[in-house]
Design a binder for this molecule. Structure first.
Ligand SMILES: C[S@@+](CC[C@H](N)C(=O)[O-])C[C@H]1O[C@@H](n2cnc3c(N)ncnc32)[C@H](O)[C@@H]1O
Length: 293
């Protein structure tokens, strides 16, 4: 991942504001929307836990977002007309923009995972957000201030997650979305997910990953298989072929205890998304079961 800001802490030079709305956000947030929609079909309360929450909402006109314009080749390539099946995702994006923004095909804002969760949260639900970067934390606190059921902490999400499990509501969605700035974060993330699962085996867990070096993702997959955890699926979207030299060429999520409808949804969506977002209309995708039942 790239380094864009003056370092506050060696682990915190990544700023999501440079990447908001890119193809990796699209796949991650689509899955998030699907699961949140599923969870809100029943009245029973649930808890949303975000280990790496980011700033919460991103101004696409800001200097950060304008610098790389990554959203142009992400959300910018999708339209509600071409993707009517993504209406819920577009609803969420629209809710974070001034009226008419989406129709005019010009987005001012792109939601981060906390804003997406906030869109779905009902009075009976709770959310716990962790963000370690002081500036992003401050922004997140401000963005979430109007939501009474959301707690934001400037703390290590890997640790915070363990303290929140098992959730009081006994229903939960955990998003683990690190910036993978240092290589050890791959192992740290997978161990955090496995440890969390051992504390609460019926929760839904989503681990996001970038494909920068394919071997790292193969390692994650191997560790998941070895963990003995059942019901693990993977959804991945690639914009160009694997390469160790070209930065992020694909990105995906591992999902534990995925709602039963998600696999079918993603298997029909991913080929279409790969075509729309892939370089030269030639993207790729993976939609598979890592561990069955
Ligand atoms: C990829 S971004 C998160 C994006 C966000 N989940 C979304 O979908 O909009 C990762 C964030 O994690 C923060 N971070 C890095 N290490 C952390 C840690 N150990 N605990 C909590 N936050 C951390 C970074 O400052 C960064 O804002």
């Amino acid at each position: 991942m790239s380094h864009h800001s003056k370092e506050i802490h060696p682990l915190l030079s990544y700023r999501h504001s440079f990447h908001a709305g890119n193809f990796a956000d699209v796949i991650k947030h689509l899955v998030l929307v699907e699961i949140l929609e599923y969870l809100t079909q029943k009245d029973n309360p649930f808890e949303y836990i975000d280990t790496h929450a980011g700033g919460g909402l991103f101004n696409l006109g800001s200097a950060d977002a304008q610098k790389l314009q990554e959203h142009v080749s992400g959300i910018g390539k999708l339209s509600p007309k071409a993707f009517p099946e993504l209406s819920r995702y577009f609803d969420v994006v629209k809710a974070c923009n001034p009226p008419g923004a989406r129709e005019a095909d010009k987005l001012n804002f792109y939601p981060g995972s906390p804003s997406i969760a906030a869109y779905f949260l009902r009075t009976q639900d709770r959310a716990w957000l962790h963000e370690l970067h002081p500036q992003d934390h401050k922004k997140l606190v401000k963005t979430m201030a109007k939501y009474k059921k959301i707690r934001v902490s400037c703390a290590d999400g890997f640790k915070g997650l363990q303290a929140l499990l098992p959730p009081v509501s006994r229903r939960s969605l955990v998003l683990i979305d690190p910036s993978y700035e240092i290589k050890s974060e791959y192992e740290q993330a997978i161990y955090a997910m496995i440890k969390a699962y051992k504390k609460f085996a019926t929760g839904i867990y989503v681990l996001w990953y970038p494909v920068v070096e394919r071997s790292r993702i193969d390692m994650l997959e191997k560790k998941l298989v070895q963990s003995g955890i059942k019901k693990i699926q993977r959804f991945e979207l690639g914009i160009s072929p694997d390469s160790d030299e070209r930065g992020m060429t694909a990105s995906g999520v591992f999902v534990i205890n995925s709602p039963w409808t998600l696999f079918d949804r993603m298997s029909s969506l991913l080929p279409k998304l790969a075509k729309a977002l892939g370089d030269g209309g030639e993207g790729s995708f993976k939609c598979d079961v890592i561990s069955g039942e």
